[in-house]
Design a protein around this ligand. Sequence first.
Ligand code: G6P
Ligand code: MN
Length: 445
Amino acid sequence: MKLTILGGGGFRVPLVYGALLTDRAEGRVTEVVLHDLDDSRLYAVARVLNEQAAVVPDAPRVTATTDLDEALRGADFVFSAIRVGGLEGRAHDERVALAEGVLGQETVGAGGIAYGLRTVPVAVDIARRVARLAPDAWVINFTNPAGLVTEAMSRHLGDRVIGICDSPVGLGRRIARVLGADPKQAWIDYVGLNHLGWVRGLRVAGRDELPRLLADADLLGSFEEGKLFGVDWLQTLGAIPNEYLHYYYFNREAVRAYQQVEKTRGAFLADQQARFYEEMKRPDAAALTAWDRTRAEREATYMAENRETAGAGERDADDLSGGYEKVALALMRAIARDERTTLILNVRNQGTLSVLDADAVIEVPCLVDANGAHPVAVAPLPDHATGLVCAVKGVEREVLAAAESGSRTTAVKAFALHPLVDSVNVARKLVEGYTDVHPGLAYLR
Ligand code: G6P
Ligand code: MN
């Protein structure tokens, strides 16, 4: 089984490889091809993988290349985890938006639109190549903004592209844990778009346990989302939102906090990672140790500004281990070995949410088997959530249209229609600001 990782020089690749190393079963991945545009990043990551593999018998063989077509040929699975414009691009996304008084987060609001506008054309090119060179491959998309990018790729790959995110999984795990339930036994009633979804129920043995959580202020205040959103607000909502909804429900505080920090998240990570990749050039560097240290620091500071505005304190130790690599491995196993399982994934709607058309990519529990991921019917969202989902899907569609046509006017429309961009004039300035700093947006005319 051959797995190709696009963005193979990326910092999170050792997480994926680590997950592969735990898989000893028949039909596991035996060959990993790393693809990246940057040779030195490939070299750095390969060093870490090498150290990981050293203590494991029959570890999957790793090769690296900067030739995309060569990487794709013969792949059974393609993971796409690229970052167009790098972390410097992410820092620009944040700065330009914050200067206009709006959010510059990489997936939410103006920042997410800017990132989407430069990522979609690249993702579409990849999808076309996969369709041509590896038509039977399954594409697992981690590339953010994951829902939008998955939808862009699905226009060329249909249901052979599946988007993943660790946020809903982490959320479900935390809720199950505080309720004393086994996350594996729990049915999590979650739906929305990527980074824009809500848990409305958690069933164990046919019983919805969420009302018990919502009624218990102590329990509710004891985990990440309770601390972030506050007990009162969760009780008012009657649902547990994805952590990224903090940017919507507490937008003013989030924008202010991000404006005040010395370094935005993108700028912080750009510096941190530059140090790591620099260190990997030293022949005597302990690659795995350096990687692990850097990763721990990254995890500990995740969404730090949001947590600070909410007075949420440090992250729980249990929340620091991420988990997206586990979703990726579970998804691959289910498809490759027909091991039927349920996972929250980004797939085409196909009638699941009646307010959206069949091709809209949504985030929803899916049954997964050798035939792919099949969304499971869910109850409709309450009106306010439906409103947000439709508004943001409308924005995503404008981003896709702008990427296809190269129309600057359509790009302005995308920004202007976003619920977190509060003026058409701001949208115009954002397009100016972003096209000034991003070479990847030169196509907008
Ligand atoms: C979560 C999200 C991912 C995102 C990551 C960002 O895991 O679900 O979509 O890539 O956080 O974390 P970072 O450390 O880059 O801010
Ligand atoms: Mn995500």
